[in-house]
Design a protein around this ligand. Structure first.
Ligand code: R5P
Length: 274
C-alpha cells in the first residue's frame, strides 16, 4: 500500500488503538432533514472534539463544518435517490473525485445494494471509485446498504461485506447482526459497524458497540445512536470508552453518566451567567 493511502487510513483508524469512532451525519443525502439533524451545524459542532472522523456529504461539509477542524473527513459520494422516490438502490456517484481531493478528505464513501435490481450498477460504482482511489491514494469505504426489502441477517450482510472487500474497498461498513463475528472473519477489509436505528436506552447502544468490537469490528461509524440520544456528548464519550479503552457497557455507562454530570453543570453555569 502506498504512503498516501496508509497515511489517510491511519488518520481514520487511530494507530494507538487500531480503532475508530466515526461520526455519521450523512443521513440527509436521501432522508432530508432527519430528526435531530435538521440543523446540521448545531448537531455536529459539539461532537467534533470527540469524533475520530466525520462521515458527511460535501454540501453539509462546506456549509456546516469549519475548515479549521483538522479531523479526517469521510466524504459520502454516492446518492441520487430519496425516501420518497421509487427505489433507494438506484444510486450513482454524485461527487467528482477532483472535488473530494479539493476538500482534502481522508476517504470517500459509497453504498452498495447487493441483491437489489441495482446491484450491478452500485457494484460498478464501487469498482470505479476504487480504481480512482488507488490512482490517487484515497481509501474507499463501502457501505452495505439494505434496501427496504432486504433482510439484515448474517448471510446477506456477510455476502455484501465480502463482495465489497473483493472489489477493493479499504474499509467496509455494515450493520450488527447475530453471526457478526463470522461476517468479519469472511471480510478481508477492516469492518466498522453502523449504529442503525436509535436504541431504547444508552446502555443498549453501548452493548451494541461492545458486541461489535468484541466480535472483530475496528470501530463504529455511528449516527442516530449518538445525535438522536438525549445527551449526545456523553453518548459519544461512552462509545469512545468501549471502542478505544475496552470498557464494558456498564463501565461505559458510568463514563456516560460522569460526562453528563459535567455537561449539566456547564449548562447550569451558563444559565447563571445569562
Ligand atoms: C446510511 O446509509 C448512512 O450512511 C449512515 O451513515 C449510516 O446508516 C450510519 O448511521 P446510523 O448509525 O444512524 O445507522
Amino acid at each position: 500500500m502506498d504512503w498516501g493511502m496508509k497515511n489517510r487510513i491511519s488518520r481514520i483508524i487511530k494507530p494507538d488503538t487500531g480503532r475508530t469512532v466515526m461520526l455519521a451525519v450523512d443521513h440527509g443525502y436521501f432522508q432530508g432533514p432527519t430528526h435531530k439533524l435538521e440543523n446540521p451545524r448545531k448537531t455536529i459542532t459539539p461532537l467534533l472534539p470527540y469524533a475520530d472522523a466525520l462521515m458527511i456529504t460535501r454540501g453539509v461539509l462546506r456549509t456546516c463544518v469549519p475548515p479549521e477542524w483538522d479531523g479526517p473527513i469521510v466524504l459520502r459520494v454516492s446518492g441520487g435517490t430519496s425516501m420518497v422516490g421509487e427505489s433507494l438502490s438506484n444510486e450513482t456517484i454524485t461527487t467528482a473525485f477532483a472535488d473530494a481531493i479539493r476538500l482534502n478528505v481522508a476517504a470517500v464513501a459509497i453504498s452498495i445494494f447487493v441483491g437489489t435490481k441495482h446491484e450491478q450498477q452500485t457494484l460498478a460504482n464501487l469498482a470505479k471509485l476504487v480504481d480512482m482511489g488507488e490512482e490517487h491514494g484515497m481509501p474507499v469505504l463501502a457501505v452495505t446498504a439494505v434496501g427496504r426489502e432486504m433482510a439484515r441477517d448474517a448471510r446477506y450482510l456477510g455476502l455484501a461485506c465480502r463482495i465489497a472487500a473483493e472489489l477493493g474497498a479499504h474499509i467496509v461498513k455494515t450493520y450488527y447482526t447475530e453471526g457478526f463475528d463470522k461476517m468479519v472473519e469472511g471480510c478481508p477489509a477492516p469492518v466498522v459497524m453502523a449504529g442503525g436505528k436509535r436504541c431504547d436506552t444508552p446502555l443498549e447502544a453501548l452493548q451494541l458497540t461492545y458486541a461489535a468490537i468484541s466480535e472483530g469490528a475496528v470501530g463504529v461509524d455511528m449516527g442516530r445512536n449518538i445525535w438522536q440520544c438525549d445527551d449526545p456528548v456523553p453518548m459519544i464519550n461512552g462509545v469512545r470508552a468501549v471502542v478505544h479503552e475496552g470498557l464494558t457497557p456498564q463501565e461505559a455507562l458510568e463514563r456516560y453518566e460522569a460526562v453528563k454530570c459535567e455537561c449539566d453543570a456547564d449548562a447550569d453555569k451558563e444559565e447563571v451567567i445569562y
